[in-house]
Ligand binder design. Structure first.
Ligand code: SF4
Length: 264
């Protein structure tokens, strides 16, 4: 089966345990204000202009982001890293975009990876129908689950979609004791408000089987991508966090019994 990806990162160390091969599937149903991979949101490959400076002159070239690939072509690129996965208790992570958007392709890759004895992780927004989500869960060893905002109206304002389906899928993972790490993007004045953090603390404390949170501080290193792909950048002038500012939030989650890391 064919799918559309936009990158493969070998030797990734922030996308799950150990050394991982991260495959980035294109397309996302969300439109987060702070998206660090805005080029991943559109499902189809995108043509763009890349300009480089050489001896004071600008050279522009036309490039395409994203390409169609068959799982039979992709699998050898994952299997080729298996020695590193095995040495480090790593594996493959399917990220995006939102990998569940290409659900059949994702499922095939998960099954093939598992058949090769490769640990599988899915980095997801959790925004998918329960039926699709639960099917994928049968073949994933770990979910890296983005939880951004609990209030549905606020979630919709900043991401374009409501939070209910996400919360429902997360509660299902918890109820079924499926290995899940929460990823909490800390975005100035959006997700790190007093209100959202207290709602998160109450909600997360009510979960029984999820015990790890990765706090992901906002950074603005993606500004150039917004310009390159001509996407409106609503966070253009927002300053990045210093890592030290994350310690207060870290402590709050630790107080309710979570293992917390900053940066994934
Ligand atoms: S869910 Fe992730 S990839 Fe999708 S728009 Fe939000 S930040 Fe970007």
């Amino acid at each position: 089966m064919k799918g559309i990806i936009f990158d493969i990162k070998h030797f990734a160390v922030h996308d799950g345990p150990g050394i991982r091969t991260t495959v980035f599937l294109k397309g996302c149903p969300l439109n987060c204000w702070w998206c660090h991979n805005p080029e991943s949101q559109q499902l189809d490959p995108q043509v763009y202009q890349q300009t480089r400076k050489l001896d004071g002159l600008d050279f522009s070239e036309t490039k395409t982001l994203g390409y169609t690939i068959d799982s039979t072509e992709l699998m050898p690129k994952i299997i080729g890293d298996k020695v590193f996965h095995d040495e480090s208790s790593g594996g493959v992570t399917f990220s995006g975009g939102e990998p569940l958007l290409q659900f059949s392709f994702l499922n095939e890759l998960l099954v093939k990876s598992k058949n090769e004895g490769i640990h599988t992780a899915v980095d997801t927004t959790g925004y998918a129908s329960p039926k699709i989500f639960q099917q994928v869960a049968q073949n994933a060893d770990l979910f890296l689950f983005d939880l951004k905002l609990l209030d549905s109206n606020v979630h919709k304002k900043y991401t374009g979609v409501p939070s209910e389906p996400i919360i429902k899928n997360l509660m299902w993972l918890d109820k079924n004791n499926i290995n899940t790490n929460i990823r909490f993007p800390v975005i100035p004045d959006i997700t790190n408000t007093k209100e959202n953090i207290s709602q998160m603390l109450v909600f997360l404390e009510s979960l029984q089987n999820i015990n790890r949170i990765d706090i992901l501080p906002f950074h603005n290193i993606s500004n150039a991508k917004y310009e390159r792909f001509k996407i409106e950048n609503k966070m253009k002038n927002v300053a990045a966090f210093e890592e030290s500012e994350m310690y207060t939030i870290k402590e709050e989650f630790e107080k309710i019994g979570f293992i917390v890391s900053i940066g994934g």
